[in-house]
Design a protein around this ligand. Structure first.
Ligand code: NAP
Length: 244
């Protein structure tokens, strides 16, 4: 029987590439989206061509009720969820002194509480099954900190702490919890960065290129696979060597 993965923020970017990678490898895929309904529906159609079960589910990951409803529906339609990818995220470049309380709270509501909501929704069933894979999408800025992205960097650092702590708590239940920490990846999230700055970031990357969503998706797929069965609580950098 196919395993089922739920990927948050799968309508675009890294989440989308991960959905394709999992479907290619025979997983049923629950595609979560917040606003991009058409993109998510088109992706679900595309994934059907891999012969797996798939459907798109709308939920703002920061909203516990919407998240619980999404998991209920997805489990009913696609089967028990054995892997969760907490990928949905927002970013913002702004001086620390200009970060309002509202902006701070929203950053943490999506990037950190979103992972809490989704993990809480899926964990009872993973514990019952004595098997599960949870992969959180952090960022190299959560390790090193980025100027003008204090709330983003802090939220991504929080995910690393979340990962380590939960890995210790649920290891005995056969559940692994890991993180990926992408570097600069060519997605909509970086669309506002000027060509000049992107060139500079590329030059500071030992592998001398901007990463692709597929680069990150392959690392996520690996952490979900049986090949990674003795790896937990780790943060796998996918950044071309930017942070060493
Ligand atoms: P992206 O292209 O901007 O896509 C973001 C995704 O998150 C979209 O599918 C969006 O869904 C979803 N999303 C946003 N808010 C949501 C919410 N409240 N509830 C549910 N879904 C929500 O971003 P990306 O570059 O692929 O980033 C994916 C993850 O990788 C993020 O956690 C990001 O922080 C992390 N990351 C990215 C980079 C990079 O360089 N791109 C580097 C390090 C880490 P809708 O379109 O449906 O609203």
């Amino acid at each position: 029987m196919n395993q089922t993965v739920l990927i948050t923020g799968a309508s675009r970017g890294i989440g989308r590439a991960s959905a394709v990678a999992f479907a290619r490898n025979g997983y049923n895929v629950a595609v979560n989206y917040c606003k991009s309904k058409e993109k998510a529906a088109a992706l679900a159609d595309e994934l059907n061509s891999y012969g797996v079960m798939t459907a798109a589910y709308q939920a703002d990951v920061s909203d516990k009720t919407e998240v619980e409803e999404m998991f209920r529906k997805a489990e009913q339609e696609l089967g028990k969820i054995s892997a969760l990818v907490n990928n949905a995220g927002i970013a913002e470049q702004i001086l620390f002194s200009d970060i309002t309380e509202e902006k701070w709270d929203r950053m943490f509501a999506v990037n950190v509480k979103g992972a809490y909501n989704c993990t809480q929704a899926v964990l009872p069933s993973m514990i019952h099954e004595k098997y599960g894979r949870i992969i959180n999408v952090s960022s190299m800025w959560g390790i090193s900190g980025a100027s003008c992205e204090v709330h983003y960097s802090a939220s991504k650092a929080a995910l690393i702490g979340f990962t380590k702590a939960l890995a210790k708590e649920v290891g005995l239940s056969g559940i692994t919890v890991n993180c990926v920490a992408p570097g600069v990846i060519g997605t909509d999230m970086n669309a506002a960065i000027s060509g000049e700055i992107l060139e500079e970031l590329k030059e500071n990357t030992p592998l001398n290129r901007i990463g692709t969503s597929e680069d990150v998706a392959e690392a996520i797929l690996f952490l979900a696979s049986d090949k990674a069965s003795f790896i937990t609580g780790q943060t796998l950098s996918v950044d071309g060597g930017f942070i060493l």
